[in-house]
Design a protein around this ligand. Structure first.
Ligand code: C2E
Ligand code: MG
Ligand code: MG
Length: 681
């Protein structure tokens, strides 16, 4: 036993190497000298065991503490690694002590990082799910990011374009540079170029990317591919301008071209000559051989005119069997007259050649009226009318002849002068009226509002429609006074209706170019609205495409002011103008009105049906309301309903009505006794 104890002591000594030191300090030298050997040995052994145990337990404690700290540090490291990989997990337990404080800071950091990462992921998922191509650039046009739709449109992966300038993806040859583009948010157009060299028309906006902490000047481009829209637009413009049967310009297009020729002739002080041609007894051809033969005859006329006249001559079909030809540079001087005579005879001669329809030989002749610009008329309308007066004269002489216009032929011109002075008097005497044509919501059949239409009641002639006097008023400044009077009257009526019904709907008023050109137009409108306490949001202004495009820059500013007032703006007679929808997009317009000339023939003319459905679709794509005017039949109503057109107006629901009748209609609707709804079922 003693031996074993000694061995343990030796071991403890060798392990700790301190026993002697302890023994010396605990037991004074005198005791050692006096005590027996065995007692000393036992005490010594116990002291050594005790120290060994103390040392051992502190070692264990230190080891446990160290292990615990290491575990928590490892945990922190693991969490940091997870954070690096955007894996947020659960927050760390927070214990007292410095590591606990570190864990609390760490949790805080985790929460913040989680919030920003989630919002970044959110933005990323928005960007990648957007259909518009989104391109973010620095202020100097260097691309920083693009979304999936951009890659899809252009065929580039994000990394292929990041770092290049925006011009890298732009057809700069067609669109110029976009690098220096100032952000404005206004829609513009450009051509992008894909990886495969394809040029893609786009409508885009460039805005500045401004956030709370972002004043970096970064720009964001949002672009839409408008290839399809361009194609559709081109098609409706073509269909709207070209006569489907003869493939030559229709009346609208012909008048437009004549307008351009006259403007050119005016600038260069040259004359021009207009031939107005009408087939003699066309009705007989139609009645005898049928409509198919009639169509063939019309095609033959167009072909023959083209064949006889010089290549660049403008030929148009103005109506049924009426054609017209513009001869640039041909004047009424002696030499010009000679040339005109020769050409007119040649044309009539060629037209009179017999031709065959379904095995029958058809003999056809034509008559012709001739008028010169500027000698016989200074503008399109008068030139056509005077050539027509000359044609009428030729017909009266038995047909197959031509006549030159002479002032005596045109009694209408005299009447026009008289009308002008009468109109002025009528206006001064307060003889004009405003009628209202209700507009209906196609989905619900509810009255949505009305269009104000001016009327003139002449005691000896009854009601005169605006188409017969507005153009005359337009020739003088009378249209400005009439326009303002209409606005005033509409607001007065509106205030009256408001006393009986809570919402009389939205009333639209037609604007003429001259009104828009007035320098203080916005102020005038807002003062009228204020004086009748009518909200601007109850009013819509209808403006034709031609008026809008007359001076686009000025008009945009004006319309922006009107829009800011709260007024609604509509494009009237859409489809009959010459501007592109893209050009019209720069105006703050919310409604497209399809011209009644297209609606009229949707059941019989597939081209018109295409035009109408394309316009409705284009309106939907651009988030615009679409109003179809001139709805006369249930077929047209059902057709428009199927297309998803928004509103309709037309004679199907009755004539435009007085202010009182419109109020009655609104009241009937409130009471549920209105009768038109069955039509929409
Ligand atoms: P708009 O603005 O296109 O007006 C629609 C015209 O179509 C109106 O002719 C209306 O009576 C007519 N209409 C409506 N539904 C039908 C239908 O189902 N069938 C047919 N055949 N016609 C229908 P309205 O009243 O003769 O006006 C002709 C044009 O005169 C208007 O065309 C507008 O441009 C102009 N106008 C009317 N009132 C004013 C006015 O107060 N100021 C100005 N500046 N122009 C006006
Ligand atoms: Mg209108
Ligand atoms: Mg219209």
């Amino acid at each position: 036993m003693g031996c074993n104890v000694l061995r343990i002591i030796a071991l403890a000594r060798s392990v700790f190497g301190i026993s002697t030191l302890l023994a010396v300090s605990i037991f004074p030298a005198t005791a050692l000298a006096q005590g027996s050997e065995s007692r000393i040995t036992t005490t010594f052994v116990w002291v050594e065991i005790l120290s060994a145990l103390i040392l051992l337990s502190s070692g264990v404690a230190i080891w446990v503490i160290a292990r615990n700290q290491t575990k928590r540090i490892r945990e922190l490291k693991r969490e940091a690694e997870k954070l690096r990989d955007a894996d947020f997990g659960e927050p760390l337990p927070v214990q007292p002590g410095e590591l606990g404080e570190l864990a609390a800071v760490f949790n805080d950091m985790r929460d913040k990082l989680k919030a920003t990462t989630i919002s970044r992921d959110y933005v990323d998922s928005i960007l990648s799910s957007m259909n518009d191509a989104i391109i973010v650039t620095t202020s100097d046009g260097t691309i920083k990011r693009v979304n999936k739709a951009t890659s899809h449109m252009l065929g580039y992966e994000e990394q292929e374009v990041v770092g290049t300038t925006i011009d890298f993806i732009v057809s700069t040859g067609k669109s110029g540079t976009l690098v220096d583009q100032k952000p404005s948010g206004v829609p513009r157009e450009a051509f992008f170029e894909s990886k495969f060299g394809e040029s893609i028309p786009v409508s885009y906006t460039c805005s500045s990317l401004s956030g709370k902490e972002d004043d970096s000047g970064d720009k964001i481009y949002a672009a839409q591919n408008i290839t399809e829209r361009r194609r559709a637009e081109k098609r409706i413009r073509y269909l709207a301008r070209i006569d489907a049967l003869t493939k030559i310009p229709n009346r609208m297009q012909f008048q437009h071209l004549l307008q351009r020729c006259i403007a050119r002739a005016r600038r260069s002080a040259n004359p021009l000559c207009l031939f107005y041609i009408d087939i003699d007894a066309f009705k007989e051809i139609n009645d005898t051989f049928g409509h198919l033969a009639g169509d063939t005859t019309l095609e033959t006329v167009a072909e023959r005119l083209s064949a006889v006249l010089p290549d660049d001559t403008i030929i148009g079909r103005l109506a049924g069997d009426e054609f017209a030809v513009i001869l640039d540079g041909l004047g009424p001087d002696e030499n010009g007259r000679k040339q005109t005579d020769t050409l007119a005879k040649r044309l009539l001669g060629r037209l009179a050649d017999p031709f065959f329809v379904q095995g029958h030989e058809v003999f056809m002749t034509a008559s012709m009226g001739i008028a010169y610009y500027p000698k016989d008329a200074p503008n399109v309308i008068d030139l056509i009318r005077n050539a027509d007066a000359a044609l009428y004269h030729a017909k009266k002489s038995g047909g197959n002849v031509y006549s030159y216009y002479e002032p005596a032929m045109n009694e209408a011109a005299v009447e026009r002068l008289m009308t002008k002075s009468k109109l002025k008097r009528a206006f001064e005497r307060d003889e004009l009226l405003v009628h209202y044509q209700p507009k209906y919501n196609l989905e619900t059949g509810e009255v949505f509002g009305a269009e104000a239409l001016v009327r003139w009641e002449l005691p000896e002639r009854g009601m005169i429609l605006p188409s017969d006097f507005i153009p005359i008023a337009e020739e003088t400044n009378l249209i400005i006074e009439i326009g303002e009077w209409v606005l005033d009257k509409v607001c007065e009526d509106f205030r009256f209706w408001q006393r009986s019904v809570s919402s009389p709907g939205r009333v639209s008023v037609n604007l003429s170019l001259k009104q828009l050109r007035q320098p203080n137009f916005t102020r005038r409108i807002s003062s009228i609205l204020r004086s009748y306490e009518v909200s601007p949001t109850s009013l819509e202004l209808e403006i034709t495409e031609t008026t809008l495009m007359e001076n686009p820059e000025r008009t945009i500013k004006l319309l922006d002011q009107l829009y800011a007032l709260g007024l609604h703006l509509a494009i009237d007679d859409f489809g009959t103008g010459y501007s592109s929808l893209s050009a019209l997009q720069q105006f703050p317009i919310s409604t497209l009105k399809i011209d009644k000339s297209f609606v009229r023939h949707v059941s019989t003319n597939p081209d018109d049906a295409t035009i109408v459905s394309t316009i409705v679709q284009m309106g939907q794509n651009l988030n615009m309301d679409v109003v179809a005017e001139g709805v006369e039949s249930e077929y047209q109503l059902a057709f428009l309903q199927k297309l998803g057109c928004t509103y309709v107006q037309g004679l199907l629901f009755g004539d435009p009505m007085s202010s009182d009748s419109y109020l009655e209609l609104l009241l009937a609707q409130v009471e549920g006794t209105d009768t038109h709804r069955a039509l929409f079922a």
